[in-house]
Design a protein around this ligand. Sequence first.
Ligand SMILES: Cc1cc2nc3c(=O)[nH]c(=O)nc-3n(C[C@H](O)[C@H](O)[C@H](O)COP(=O)(O)O)c2cc1C
Length: 84
Amino acid sequence: MISSAGYTPAIATAAIEVDHTAAIAFGRLFISNPDLVSPIQTHTALKAYDRKTFYGGDAHGYTDYPTLDAAPVTEQLQSVALLP
Ligand SMILES: Cc1cc2nc3c(=O)[nH]c(=O)nc-3n(C[C@H](O)[C@H](O)[C@H](O)COP(=O)(O)O)c2cc1C
């Protein structure tokens, strides 16, 4: 059983450690953080996604977010807004 929807890394960790959830899937945060595992492992702030680019348009907002290595430091310091 894999749980998803609305998880931040902290909430996912609690779900696994406290609620014994088997695994958590990430959707939107994987779009804006294509190497999502790296910032989670290094406790680096995640980049926020832009929901205006979801569901339509072109590749902008889907495949052009930088990885942690490629992002300017100022972007790496941005905090992700809690998922509404
Ligand atoms: C742009 C976009 C496209 C999605 N496309 C699909 C899809 O084709 N099939 C699907 O089952 N879920 C799709 N989802 C839902 C995600 O798989 C996931 O369930 C949802 O984003 C909630 O997880 P999250 O809070 O980690 O983003 C999509 C979500 C987004 C934002």
